[in-house]
Design a protein around this ligand. Structure first.
Ligand SMILES: Nc1nc2c(ncn2[C@@H]2O[C@H](COP(=O)(O)OP(=O)(O)OP(=O)(O)O)[C@@H](O)[C@H]2O)c(=O)[nH]1
Ligand SMILES: [Mg+2]
Length: 318
């Protein structure tokens, strides 16, 4: 590898996060931009009726009705005062509105300084992408030079433990496990003991998919939280809810109920690459009031991007 003043050539040739975000939201962007162009194609001036057409477009991109109405309210006021001259101006104002919503919710996580392992509990309904996200997260931390342990606390299915072990091998990360059917809180206990003894930087905990309506499974999560707290004060430091972008507003409804009972502190939106409804990111920020920490843009280890509101909005209109 040839080193240059600005890093290796390999690094320079890698697509930037912005390029990768653009790629991931291609379908959403096409959906959104083309429809905006259509909505204003036959009008010289952007007025209330143009904005009525825009309403359907934003809802189709999965911004959700509440968020869409809020955004349009501001734009309508501007249109009434003839402050929106053309489609470019409309797009610019729309970007501003979306960015304002996203930045309001997207606070940065607090950096831990006390030297104990940072515990990240990963939760969500079945099949959203939890285990895959954990593998990718381990990759992010490892390439940052951090030490990571993964904890296989989805003991519900034997295959879940094996799946995590494959990610362990892929990313060079050790997995603390128990036998299928074992107590998730017990394996979490073991993992946190091991991480403390080894001074690991991170412990990422996989959990079984569950619906918020399964009272016993939600109680199990609560028990895991208490266990974590006993071994490492303040743990879990982050509880990430993994959502599946392709489920759109349904997923949002589930997430709303989940966050109420599981102490969720941040969102990972997986499968953003597979949907034309990427606008759901805005609805999530607006309606859950929780920061989107990462987005999943594929099935491989490198397919997790830190979420950046400005990059995301740029990608939607670029
Ligand atoms: N295209 C794409 N596929 C993804 C992404 N994240 C996960 N997947 C796929 O989604 C499927 C489910 O992923 P898992 O990680 O097993 O989901 P899970 O939430 O752990 O599932 P359960 O443990 O059964 O609840 C797998 O086929 C993954 O490869 C993503 O960002 N993009
Ligand atoms: Mg899983």
């Amino acid at each position: 590898m040839i080193q240059t003043l600005f890093g290796s050539l390999d690094e320079q040739q890698k697509p930037s996060f912005l390029d990768r975000m653009k790629e991931a939201v291609t379908r959403t962007r096409e959906n959104l931009s083309e429809r905006i162009e259509d909505a204003v194609a036959f009008t010289k001036e952007i007025d209330r009726s143009t904005l009525d057409d825009l309403e359907a477009t934003l809802i189709a991109a999965d911004l959700g009705t509440t968020t869409t109405h809020e955004v349009l309210q501001t734009l309508r006021e501007k249109a009434d005062r003839k402050q929106i001259g053309n489609v470019d101006e409309l797009k610019r104002l729309l970007k501003e509105e979306l960015l304002a919503i996203l930045t309001a919710a997207n606070t940065q996580p607090v950096t831990k300084v006390d030297g104990t392992p940072e515990v990240i509990l990963v939760v969500g309904v079945n099949g959203t992408g939890k285990t895959t996200t954990i593998g990718k997260l381990a990759q992010v931390f490892r390439s940052d030079g951090k030490t990571v342990l993964m904890c296989a606390a989805d003991t519900f299915r034997a295959a879940a433990i094996e799946q995590l072990e494959i990610w362990g091998q892929r990313t060079g990360t050790e997995v603390i496990r128990t036998k299928p059917g074992g107590d998730p809180a017990a394996v979490l206990y073991d993992a946190l003991q091991a991480a403390t003894a080894r001074h690991s930087d991170y412990v990422i905990v996989d959990t079984a998919g569950r619906l918020h309506t399964k009272t016993n499974l939600m109680a199990e999560l609560e028990k895991m939280r208490r266990t974590a707290q006993r071994i490492i004060p303040g743990a879990p430091h982050e509880t990430l809810l993994v959502m599946d972008a392709t489920t759109g507003q349904n997923g949002l409804q589930q997430a709303r109920l989940f966050t109420q009972s599981a102490g969720v502190t941040g969102i990972v939106l997986a499968k953003l690459d597979g949907t034309a409804k990427g606008g759901v990111v805005v609805a999530i920020s607006r309606e859950l009031g929780l920061p989107v920490r990462y987005v999943g843009v594929g099935e491989k280890a490198g397919d997790l991007l830190p979420f950046d509101a400005r990059e995301f909005v740029e990608s939607l209109f670029a």
